[in-house]
Every structure is written in C-alpha cells, then in structure tokens.
Design a protein. Structure first.
Length: 157
C-alpha cells in the first residue's frame, strides 16, 4: 500500500480482511455462506472506492473460486482487478502462527479453518502467485510492484 501511495495521485484504501469482518460483518461466522457474504461486502466496498476514482487493496482470505470470480466481475465493471495468490504452504504458515489458530483448528476447537477443516480452492486465474517461504516482505512487494508497472498501473520515479 505504501509503495502504491508513493506512485499515484489517486486515493488508496486498504480493506483488511480482519478489520472488515470486525466492522462490517461482525455477525458472520466462517461457514461457506458467511464467507461468501463477507466477500460480497468487500467487493461492494471496493467497487464503490474504485467507482469514485480510488484504488483498493483487499487483503482477505478468499477460499472459494466462485466468490473470487464474482468479485473480479464486479470490480472489472469499473476498473482493473489483480488477484494475488499468496501460495505459502500451510506448514510454513503454522510455524508463523503467533495466535495459535492452526493448533486450535487441528485440535477441532476452531471450525471452518481454511486449509485445515475447510477447503481452499487454489485460483487458476491468479495474476500473481507468491510463495513467501523464502522471500522477505520487501521482495514480495517488489514482485507485485513490477507486475503493476508492466501492466501500466503506475510508473516508478
């Protein structure tokens, strides 16, 4: 987000999945239906931001292909949509889990956990795929920025 802000005059909004769930979807759980509803809400807000000239970054877990496709179609009605698939293996995610969520999912006390007790449908239409197993955050950002530059989203100074 910060790199994008440095290179555009358009307002940039980050829709963090956790913040959206807390503020716009607190009544939702993690069933497929609730996740789809959450994605529709994120898609609606992103659409409105882009319709009014802004750029939107959504950092939400979107495990279902149909919901991602629905969001892509909605956004592409007013602008560009880029799907970044963070394809880091679950084993690596578990070692980084400071909240203990994966352990709770594995012992059954946290239901509907993506990749453990709930499916993750790998996107076949990702614009960028990143595995952060052996790269820094800065390297991952560089890959995304290079992609955006190649697509003409903005130019570096």
């Amino acid at each position: 987000m910060n790199r994008l802000i440095e290179h555009t005059n358009r307002p940039v909004t980050l829709l963090d999945g956790g913040a959206v769930r807390t503020n716009l979807s607190p009544e939702l759980g993690f069933s497929k239906e609730d996740r789809d509803t959450n994605m529709r809400r994120i898609g609606f807000v992103a659409f409105e931001i882009m319709k009014h000239g802004g750029l939107c970054i959504s950092s939400a877990i979107a495990p279902y292909d149909a919901a991602r496709k629905e969001m892509r179609a909605r956004i592409e009605a007013v602008g560009e949509f880029v799907l970044v698939h963070v394809a880091t293996p679950i084993s690596v995610c578990e070692t980084r889990d400071s909240k203990g969520l994966y352990a709770r999912a594995r012992d059954g006390t946290l239901p509907y956990f993506t990749g453990i007790s709930d499916p993750y449908e790998k996107p076949a239409d990702a614009d960028i795929t990143i595995d952060t197993t052996s790269m820094t955050t800065e390297e991952a950002v560089d890959l995304i920025v290079c992609y955006l530059e190649r697509r003409g989203f903005y130019n570096s100074p």
